[in-house]
Write a protein that binds this ligand. Structure first.
Ligand code: CTP
Length: 462
């Protein structure tokens, strides 16, 4: 039997194979086997020519180029795998290493994987002459910092620029994605948290850190760098033109408050703005999903590219959700009113001068729970929110079980957090077997992190 060595194929074919394999989540060798199997099964196998749109997407992906800044932490060894994963997906990677990063991994190993020497020094005659920190900062589609150390984040938050990495971060006009990695005490330190809050306000994006064991023996907590594939998903979600992380996925999102009428002019409502649900719908559209957004009354614009269905009451929302099924993923971000009045007067209720009218309340249907308990047409991934004002995680765990959903994004909506109606959010992701504490970040960032996580979870289910 003849054997075939992929390495000996010409470069263009190898590149096409790598892209195709990455798209299908297979190794290159498996992809070759799949193609051969298909061709053998059907000698007349006909591969339809790629459409204009597909050709356009592929060439945009070819053009995607990120700058990876490797900070000095033990997680730097994972950056080597990250580079490989990004390149497999056709994303070119140029690297800057801090002096501390070079204590953990060598420029030689980075150069071997990227195919070009990493940039090391702000005053290095060669790199400054050839590229310069301004070009390094401006040319990429996105800048990723992984691992992002407490020190690098502090410099970025305060505008310091005393080495190549921090100078590039200060000079860039591109989105910055940080993958923090540090000891849990350093992460929870108030100075670090203050810096994170400053960066979130500047729309710097974060992926991770995750909860788990640290490299130091016996240490565990929040501070582990996100896994390379999670970072890849976050990168793909931001490289908008070629982001196909949720291509082919049907996604349903509820958002905003509901209004429960009392009479033609009055209603029961809550303070939800719809910002979080709308941001999730928008991030999912950017990632290539077909999104149906079912929104209660809000004053913010419809997200571009989603099918938007506008409803008033909880019962309308339930009906619209059921009509929009089937879906692969459903995210219930709406703050549905728990109660409605038994009477919805057709006429305006007038003051009688005697007693105030008595409002009798009945419970609304629970939309999330209804969908999650469905025997048929239950989405593969059902995600709820938990708006709490005390014992946030404990209440969320109980909600997860009671409502039979797969994940809950719990947040503290006490007035002093400013979350309800505000632009930022602090999420605790509760699943059947773990709790993750996400850093404070903008609602847009929460949305893109969630979309990355959904893409990763759907990939694992495959
Ligand atoms: N939810 C829903 N339908 C309802 C009430 C809530 O779909 N009638 C969904 C929300 O969209 C959210 C989750 O359930 O995803 C939790 O909502 P939350 O307001 O936190 O909790 P409640 O179920 O209302 O419970 P409680 O008021 O006791 O906190």
């Amino acid at each position: 039997m003849a054997s075939l060595t992929v390495r000996q194929l010409d470069d263009k074919l190898k590149k096409q194979l790598r892209l195709r394999a990455a798209r299908n989540g297979r190794s290159v060798e498996d992809e070759v086997r799949t193609i051969l199997r298909g061709a053998a099964a059907d000698e007349d196998a006909f591969v339809p020519p790629r459409t204009e749109a597909q050709r356009g997407r592929a060439s945009e992906a070819d053009a995607a180029h990120i700058l990876l800044i490797i900070g000095g932490g033990i997680a730097a060894y994972k950056s080597l795998d990250l580079i490989r994963r990004l390149r497999e997906r056709g994303i070119a990677v140029r690297v800057v290493m801090t002096a501390a990063a070079q204590k953990f991994i060598t420029p030689l190993s980075v150069g071997a994987i990227t195919g070009e020497h990493p940039f090391l020094d702000l005053f290095d005659a060669h790199s400054e002459f050839d590229v310069g920190h301004i070009r390094l900062a401006r040319e990429p589609s996105l800048i990723v910092v992984a691992p992002a150390t407490a020190d690098l984040m502090a410099k970025l938050a305060h505008g310091l620029a005393d080495d190549l990495a921090s100078a590039v971060l200060l000079a860039t006009d591109k989105t910055i994605l940080l993958a923090p990695a540090m000891n849990p005490n350093m992460w929870s330190n108030r100075a670090t948290q203050r810096n994170i809050a400053l960066l979130a306000a500047e729309h710097v994006a974060l992926v991770g850190p995750n909860q788990g064991e640290m490299a130091e023996s016996g240490e565990a907590g929040v501070g582990r760098m996100a896994e390379p594939l999670e970072i890849v998903a976050a990168v793909q979600a931001r490289l908008a033109p070629d982001s196909r992380a949720l291509a082919g996925v049907r996604m349903l999102v509820t958002s905003g408050p509901t209004h429960e009428p009392i009479d033609p002019v009055r209603y029961i409502a809550n303070r939800s703005s719809g910002k979080q649900g709308h941001a999730i719908a928008e991030a999912a559209v950017l990632a290539g999903a077909a999104v149906t957004l079912i929104s209660g009354p809000v004053t913010i614009p419809d997200p571009h590219g989603a099918t938007v269905i506008k409803v008033e009451s909880a019962r309308d929302m339930l009906a619209a959700v059921e009509a929009a099924l089937p879906a692969d993923v459903a995210v219930f971000a709406a703050a549905v009113a728990d109660w409605r009045t038994t009477t919805n007067s057709r006429e305006k209720i007038k003051k009688s001068g005697k007693q105030a009218p008595e409002l009798v309340l009945v419970e609304n249907p629970d939309i999330l729970s209804t969908v999650a308990h469905r025997k048929s047409k239950r989405p593969k991934l059902v995600i709820g929110f938990a708006a709490e004002t005390e014992n946030v995680v404990e209440h969320a765990k109980r909600k997860l079980a009671r409502k039979a959903c797969d994940w809950i994004l719990a947040n503290d909506v006490s007035p002093e957090t400013g979350i309800m109606g505000g632009d930022s959010n602090t999420i605790h992701l509760v699943t059947a077997n773990k709790v993750e504490h996400w850093p404070p970040q903008s609602k847009t960032e929460v949305a893109s992190v969630l979309v990355s996580r959904i893409a990763a979870a759907l990939g694992e289910q495959k």
